[in-house]
Design a protein around this ligand. Structure first.
Ligand SMILES: [Zn+2]
Ligand SMILES: [Zn+2]
Length: 292
């Protein structure tokens, strides 16, 4: 059995093992040394956040049974994409593909913040009143579907090896759980690590209730993109213990923490409400942070 066949037939198992492995490690870490006190009970958060994750996984399997690895295998067969067009060493195409897909996911994240109707979907991720390992996987099903379509299109254009897809997906999943952890690394470790990857303290800034802070640190794996494109922010103004997590307009547990609230969230409120946020963001990115 060659590597592609192995990945294709064990894809689900590989993903499930890494998901529950990382969930277990982070859950233990959060119990032993939590960074912040939770405002909503852990059982309510976990049942609803993981319930949504489970629902999304089922939905993806149903809509895209071949998934991203199937698309990569198909693109390879058809000779689609840049990597199938040029003679590139296998290891190099795996490495470049993983890095390129991480860049695409960074751009996609910036886009879902910048386009009002997409922000309606993405705010489900941000409305979580606390920040822990389960926040990392909580997204609205429509955002999950859009995300998958962007990924499939990227694969068709790039033609990455199947191995690169499984490495990228497992890595993204594990890193998202790591950097959404309600944990903190000591400064001597956090600082050097941040030159390469996104740490929990770095991504927590992105979940701040403050618009300018929420519009920074978009990366999930590599921290380079934020540094390169000027969206990097070192720390939240109020500090990690003093900052407020979430979105201003969604502060009730029923809306922000229950599955029903999360599913309905994109359809609540007028679009004009966003204009105010946009202006605040523009002010903030021009350096007039106090003009709110
Ligand atoms: Zn975001
Ligand atoms: Zn996040």
């Amino acid at each position: 059995m060659d590597i592609n066949e192995f990945i294709m037939s064990n894809e689900m198992l590989i993903r499930v093992v890494f998901f529950f492995g990382m969930l277990g490690i982070m859950a233990l870490w959060e119990i032993v040394a939590p960074r912040r006190a939770l405002t909503v009970s852990k059982s309510v958060r976990w049942i609803n956040n993981l319930g949504l994750v489970f629902f999304n996984s089922l939905l993806l399997r149903l809509l895209f049974p071949a998934a991203a690895v199937g698309m990569a295998a198909f693109a390879n067969e058809q000779g689609w994409g840049i990597f199938n067009y040029y003679e590139i060493p296998f290891w190099l195409s795996v490495m470049v593909s993983v890095i390129a897909m991480d860049f695409i996911i960074y751009l996609q994240h910036v886009m879902v913040h910048a386009v009002p109707v997409l922000w309606r979907l993405h705010r489900v991720h941000h409305a979580d009143l606390d920040y822990d390992v389960t926040t990392g996987a909580r997204f609205h099903p429509i955002e999950i579907i859009i995300s998958m379509l962007i990924k499939l299109a990227t694969i068709a254009v790039m033609g990455p090896p199947v191995l690169a897809i499984i490495i990228f997906e497992v890595l993204l999943n594990a890193m998202a759980m790591f950097n959404h952890g309600n944990v903190g690394l000591p400064e001597w470790l956090d600082k050097p690590l941040r030159f390469f990857v996104v740490t929990p303290d770095m991504h927590r800034v992105h979940h701040s209730i403050e618009d300018d802070e929420a519009n920074s640190n978009f990366g999930f794996n590599l921290s380079w993109w934020d540094r390169l494109f000027g969206t990097y922010r070192e720390q939240p103004r109020a500090g990690h213990l003093g900052m407020t997590i979430g979105i201003r307009n969604f502060r009730s547990v029923k809306q922000a923490s229950w599955i029903s609230g999360m599913l309905l969230m994109p359809f609540i409120g007028k679009l004009s409400g966003y204009v105010i946020n946009r202006r605040q963001w523009n002010n903030a990115t021009e350096g007039n942070i106090d003009e709110k």
